[in-house]
Design a protein around this ligand. Structure first.
Ligand code: BGC
Length: 422
């Protein structure tokens, strides 16, 4: 459970933060600095952030990096909370979905609406994102990218050596390909046992098993009849059936180490969001030649998104902070950042020129899903349900993957967890 911070505590915290931080504020005319808290510590992630950092540096703004390792961002959120409570908020923080709502509800975030108006954000950011980046008609976050969780990554040479001629088109073909990769002597499925990673696989499995309407009913609307249903039991059965395809060392493996297994030809497949594309990019691999990117078999046409947004804390000297907001929301910066990061820009209409085939696919899929209302928040990445329910789901999904609970028990527990926290 999160512990909301009372408004009175926040008010004194910000007053204190300003008394100390603002005393060292940049002298008039200097561009100041930004302190940016994030969890982009993998090679591809850090390289992407570098694009934003160098833009700000070129404008004379000092970049003070606050990296907090840990995929999915749980550690980063814990550190952020501690820093704000101790009166030391950063200038900006990377944030996802429901966490943005929490912080905005506590009145901790800068109002970005004037900048959003002059930048025309409302016309350029998908409505599904605006639902999180705005509160009560005011902008509270600046989205830099749109990732999604329903992707699979494959090593092309491993597939060829396993006798697989083309990417699997549906779930059964995927499982049969995992078998072929195992028989050829490779690890079929690269994964790490951290619950958020298993939940990432589960997003795609639920979508593939029940389709977009079911995904929405179950993981966004939390309908008990969908959470505890025959379709959900099949989804859990499919999840559990993947466990034997994962190697014995998976327990504490980080997601990017698992991606490395596919990049280096130790493993055939990984089910992971398209931040994995950032790792392929960073390793200089070429899509279609070295690796394949495909939507989780059976999910083409739908996108379970997670958009990285920056939120900005209340500090007195806003010049450098506003510079950063404007840079984040500039099409050229988003293009440069996302060509490296592996995501689609959060601004619709940014050209896919200069993106590789997988990046261009991410952009085209996003636009299509936005048009067809099949753009839905990712449960695993904090865009479907509030954090308390999300973490209960993580736990159930991880135990179901390991066989500690049966598919039926898991479905019952999902429904119970959703009910308990309404
Ligand atoms: C973020 C990505 C990040 C990934 C792994 C996701 O929640 O949205 O930007 O690369 O976690 O760290």
């Amino acid at each position: 459970m999160k512990h909301p911070i009372p408004a009175s505590v926040l008010a004194s915290v910000f007053a204190f933060a300003c008394a100390s931080a603002c005393a060292h504020a940049a002298s008039p005319g200097a561009a100041g600095d930004v302190q940016v808290l994030h969890w982009w510590t993998a090679g591809g992630e850090a390289a992407a952030l570098q694009q934003l950092e160098s833009t700000l540096r070129a404008q004379g703004v000092q970049w003070r990096d606050v990296p907090i390792a840990g995929g999915g961002g749980a550690q980063a959120m814990t550190t952020l909370r501690a820093r704000v409570l101790s009166g030391d908020p950063p200038t900006a923080a990377q944030m996802l979905g429901f966490d943005i709502r929490d912080w905005a509800a506590q009145g901790a975030l800068q109002d970005l609406t004037p900048l959003a108006r002059s930048g025309g954000w409302a016309q350029r950011v998908p409505k599904a994102l605006q639902a999180f980046d705005m509160r009560d008609g005011r902008w509270v976050a600046a989205p830099i990218d749109v990732h999604s969780s329903n992707w699979v990554w494959a090593n092309k040479a491993v597939l060829e050596r396993s006798g697989i001629a083309r990417a699997p088109a549906d779930w059964d073909a995927f499982v049969s390909d995992l078998d072929k990769v195992r028989k050829a002597g490779f690890v079929p499925l690269a994964a790490g046992g951290q619950p958020w990673q298993i939940a990432t696989m589960f997003d795609g499995i639920v979508l593939s098993t029940g389709g977009p309407a079911f995904y929405r009913r179950a993981l966004i609307d939390l309908e008990p009849a969908a959470l505890d249903s025959p379709t959900m039991r099949i989804a859990f059965t499919r999840l559990r059936a993947l466990r034997p395809y994962v190697d014995g060392d998976y327990a504490n493996r980080d997601w990017n180490v698992a991606t490395g297994m596919v990049i280096n030809g130790r493993a055939g497949f990984q089910m992971m969001g398209d931040w994995a594309l950032g790792e392929f990019n960073h390793a200089g691999r070429v899509p279609g030649k070295d690796y394949l990117c495909l939507r989780t078999p059976g999910t083409q046409g739908s996108v379970t998104f997670n958009s990285d947004a920056f939120v900005f804390f209340k500090v007195k000297d806003r010049a450098a902070q506003e510079r950063m907001v404007e840079d984040v929301m500039t099409p050229e910066v988003q293009a440069r950042f996302n060509r490296v990061k592996g995501a689609a820009p959060a601004l619709l209409g940014v050209s896919s020129a200069g993106f590789n085939a997988c990046g261009a696919k991410a952009i085209a899929d996003l636009a299509e899903a936005d048009r067809n209302a099949t753009l839905m928040g990712s449960m695993s990445q904090g865009y479907a349900v509030a954090p308390a329910i999300q973490h209960a789901f993580y736990d159930i999904v991880a135990r179901a993957f390991d066989g500690e609970i049966s598919p039926s028990e898991a479905a019952v527990q999902l429904a119970a967890a959703a009910r308990a926290r309404y």
